[in-house]
Design a protein around this ligand. Structure first.
Ligand code: FES
Length: 237
């Protein structure tokens, strides 16, 4: 196996050719934040949280998709890198539903954890928000695009792991939305309700449907919805 030697934050490391900078850094115990990256499943360089400085390259590079090369010198924690990651995160938060205390992923959310780690105290950018879609017509999965960060981890899980492929990015630019084709509900496509998309979602954009959702759904439209499960009886004695 051909090996490559590079330097990351002043430390030399030897890794097989084809390894990414992120993997090489992890070998050295250097932590680089990631959001969209899921090893072997979603390696698309979408979120830019993992950017690093590579000597000789003019722009910052996404370490999760940038391959190592012989003699490469990488810096993972410079002011430029930190500022870029922080700005990226602030932009994501500027179009994010911030009702965190009532979110099912509160205190278990990768976006929330990163915001804490990067010391974000307020949202600098206040502007237009995309028109969100709340889809709770599936028997088991609730989709809330107001919390989606477009990392596409769910898309890869649905397509690559499960081979189902019912969700994809729809539309373009600011209007991009991960959804079933033609913005249909999950209940209208061939979703198998496996829940793998929920498992890989870093935030609360996808969640398991619970009894509360079913009750609200039935109250909203009793003609269409039947409560298929009720909460267990509360013991009073
Ligand atoms: Fe590298 Fe998202 S983690 S671009």
């Amino acid at each position: 196996m051909e090996m490559v030697t590079l330097t990351i934050d002043g430390q030399k490391v030897q890794v097989p050719k084809g390894t990414t900078v992120l993997e090489a850094a992890r070998k050295l115990g250097i932590k680089i934040p990631t959001l969209c990256f899921l090893k072997g499943i979603n390696e698309i360089g979408a979120c830019r949280m993992c950017v690093v400085e590579v000597k000789g390259a003019r722009n910052l590079q996404a370490s999760c998709v940038y391959p190592v090369s012989e003699g490469m010198e990488v810096l993972t924690n410079t002011p430029r890198v930190r500022e870029s990651r922080k700005t990226t995160l602030e932009l994501l938060l500027s179009d994010h539903n911030l009702e965190c205390p009532t979110c099912v992923r509160n205190l278990n959310c990768e976006l929330q954890k990163l915001s804490e780690e990067l010391g974000i105290k307020s949202i600098r950018y206040q502007g237009e928000k995309h028109k969100p879609k709340y889809d709770d017509f599936s028997p088991s999965i609730v989709r809330d695009t107001s919390k989606c960060i477009l990392c596409r981890r769910c898309v890869s899980a649905c397509h690559k792991i499960q081979g189902v492929g019912v969700i994809s990015p729809n539309h373009r630019g600011f209007n991009t939305m991960v959804a079933p084709v033609f913005d249909k509900s999950l209940s209208e496509v061939a979703c198998v309700n496996c829940g793998q998309c929920i498992l890989v979602c870093p935030v609360g954009a996808l969640k398991e449907k619970d009894d509360t959702d079913r009750v609200w759904q039935a109250l909203a439209d009793p003609e269409k919805h039947v409560i298929v499960q009720i909460a267990p009886a509360v013991r009073v004695s």
